[in-house]
Design a binder for this molecule. Structure first.
Ligand code: FAD
Length: 387
């Protein structure tokens, strides 16, 4: 088997890269290699689907802005044979709460966001209370509300991208990548668990939290590790006003989902590594009290479901790595290390990799500072404030 571009990993990032390449270059031979089309352990279906512009790095803001546009128009623009592809796009905003001493940073970030075209509003305690009566302003120094932000159903978006890419001629191969063949200059093929191999002119590593493992097979060092995150779906006995996606400096995050809520609170004591085992105590002892303090009506909630997914965490700086494998094989590209942002940043990553592969440079948003060079230089490029 051979392709012009082989994309390793068919999660939302790999599918977006395939879609953007195929959409731009009709007739290109693009193959996505994904071992599990049910995506049981992939991060994408286990994520919360939030899309927000509340960042401090201009690249992250610009990527999220493209993501918002892309997902807002997804149902119609990625329609297949005229049948729309709904992805549950819900523009109900984001609300950041400064409840742990980071108010000055949040205000600086807010000014920066405004300069970058984000319609974000600074709320003091009374304004927060007036806008969202169920949210207690007690202990909140400042809040930032971004009404244009949104969320989606990430599994629907993944399947929609995959189906649309297929309709544009992208081929999906179900197999595990087990090795690479290469010479001194370039990668030549990847080997698969079924004994076959796929030759290609260009390869893209989009293996999510497995990116370091797949990279290591060809001598590529990626500082990326799986970081387990527990999530919950719960219902609240009292009916609240429509809430945005709430994120606090004290680390909990929730958003409405149907007639309930999804979200969680990371346990920073956990070390990196694969862990799908649910905690017996974390929700009751830590998450619930934190929610009830901030939203008193959440004293009365019913936990209905818990699950675990994994961030692909870049231990250098928690920022994505996008671009060519600088200093390595010349035809290998990286789209890795998205932590909790890969759903919102998948569209811009797909667009960026398509630009690099087809033209040799960034045409829309310059993502040079997200490149692999900073890994070589050990020079972190980090978000400030809530990540
Ligand atoms: C609890 C939680 C909440 C989150 N909330 C948000 C949010 O609100 N907003 C947001 O933008 N992001 C969020 N994220 C992050 C987001 O889910 C991820 O960043 C994103 O899904 C990453 O996509 P991906 O395609 O890189 O990885 P994945 O979806 O993990 O896909 C990688 C694919 O590579 C395949 N693969 C790996 N190794 C091999 C191999 N050897 N051979 C073949 N195939 C292979 C895997 O099977 C997998 O399907 C959240 C994540 C979690 C865990």
């Amino acid at each position: 088997m051979s392709a012009e571009v082989a994309i390793l990993g068919g999660g939302i990032v790999g599918c977006s890269i395939a879609w953007h390449l195929a959409n731009r270059d009709a007739g290109a031979r693009i193959t996505v290699i994904e071992r599990d089309p049910s995506y049981q352990r992939a991060a994408t279906p286990l994520g919360n689907g939030g899309i927000r512009q509340l960042f401090s790095l201009p690249e992250n803001i610009g990527m999220a802005q493209y993501g918002l546009d892309f997902y807002a128009n997804f149902a119609e623009e990625l329609a297949i044979d005229g049948v729309p592809t709904p992805i549950g796009f819900c523009r109900q905003g984001y609300l950041f709460l400064s409840d742990n001493g980071g108010a000055e940073q949040m205000q600086r970030n807010h000014r920066f966001q405004i300069e970058h075209g984000v319609n974000a509003q600074l709320l003091d305690g009374p304004a927060l209370q007036a806008r969202f009566p169920s949210v207690s302003a007690d202990g909140v120094a400042i809040a930032v509300y971004s009404p244009d932000d949104a969320w989606i159903d990430p599994y629907a978006a993944l399947q929609g991208l995959r189906a649309s890419a297929q309709s544009l001629g992208v081929q999906f191969v179900t197999a595990e990548i087990t090795g690479w063949e290469h010479d001194a200059v370039a990668a030549r093929s990847v080997q698969l668990s079924d004994g076959q191999s796929i030759k290609a002119d260009t390869f893209v590593n989009a293996c999510g939290a497995w990116a370091a493992e797949v990279g290591a097979m060809v001598g590529l060092h990626l500082p990326i590790e799986p970081m387990s995150r527990e999530s919950y779906f719960f219902r609240c006995n009292k009916k609240l006003e429509p809430l945005p996606f709430l994120k606090a400096e004290t680390d909990w995050a929730i958003r409405p989902e149907g007639d309930g809520y999804v979200g969680g609170l990371p346990n920073w004591q956990e070390t990196a590594g694969w862990n799908f085992e649910l905690s017996q105590t974390w929700f009751e002892e830590m998450v619930w009290p934190a929610l009830a303090r901030r939203i008193p009506a959440m004293e009365e909630i019913k936990l209905e479901r818990s699950w675990r997914g994994h961030y692909a965490r870049n231990s250098l700086d928690y920022t994505a790595i996008i671009g060519p494998w600088v200093g390595g094989l010349e035809n290998v590209y990286l789209a890795n290390g998205f932590s909790g942002h890969g759903i919102m940043h998948a569209p811009a990553t797909g667009r960026a990799i398509a630009e690099l592969v087809l033209t040799g440079g960034f045409e829309t948003l310059d993502l040079t500072r997200f490149g692999y060079q900073r890994v070589i230089d050990n020079a972190p490029y980090r978000e400030t404030g809530i990540v």
